[in-house]
Design a protein around this ligand. Structure first.
Ligand SMILES: Cc1cc2nc3c(=O)[nH]c(=O)nc-3n(C[C@H](O)[C@H](O)[C@H](O)COP(=O)(O)OP(=O)(O)OC[C@H]3O[C@@H](n4cnc5c(N)ncnc54)[C@H](O)[C@@H]3O)c2cc1C
Length: 147
């Protein structure tokens, strides 16, 4: 995971140098608040391998560059899913092949119109699934009123 996608390696390194000179008298764990959200700081400090109590002006170039590498390529492993109770969207459902996309009418069962989650269609989170249920719901409603 690239935690700083807008900054390339060199730019991020320069940014760290500038933060480190700003906070040169602080200890390492108190020097990252301009760069990272508070809750991320202890995690990154630990993963960096740099002593959290080390004075910022004693951090070596090698240590700083290791930190840049960490921020640009944080490795994460998915250990499990949280389960259905916390699921945001469902995969699976009525196949698109069984639905007339112009009306949302089932091709298999007369007078049945389908919309939203019941359809085997989903997108990334961020609005696509709501749009999907609203658009198909609108179309299914309009079409069923006509039939
Ligand atoms: C925590 C969470 C966060 C989400 N965040 C996003 C997001 O940021 N962006 C995005 O695009 N999507 C998001 N989604 C997904 C989105 O909310 C759903 O895709 C969308 O609400 C599906 O709409 P729907 O009308 O098809 O189904 P639903 O909203 O599930 O509606 C189905 C309705 O049918 C009712 N029902 C069920 N069984 C019966 C029955 N036998 N008789 C009568 N009524 C019944 C239920 O009570 C429910 O009201 C999120 C979902 C969750 C759970």
């Amino acid at each position: 995971m690239d935690l700083k996608p807008a900054l390339d390696f060199e730019t991020l390194d320069k940014r760290l140098q500038s933060d480190f000179s700003k906070y040169s008298n602080k200890i390492f764990k108190n020097s990252l608040s301009d760069l990272l959200p508070q809750k991320m700081i202890p995690v990154i400090v630990e993963l960096s391998g740099i002593n959290p109590g080390k004075k910022v002006n004693e951090i070596t170039r090698e240590e700083r560059q290791k930190l840049v590498k960490l921020l640009k390529g944080l490795e994460m492993r998915v250990s499990s899913l949280l389960g259905f109770e916390t699921a945001i969207v469902t995969s699976g459902g009525v196949s698109l092949k069984e639905i007339d996309s112009k009306t949302m009418k089932s091709k298999l069962i007369g007078n049945l119109f389908l919309a939203g989650e019941i359809i085997d269609l989903h997108g990334p989170t961020g609005g696509y699934n709501l749009q999907l249920c609203w658009s198909t719901g609108y179309l299914a409603g309009q079409s069923s009123a006509r039939f």
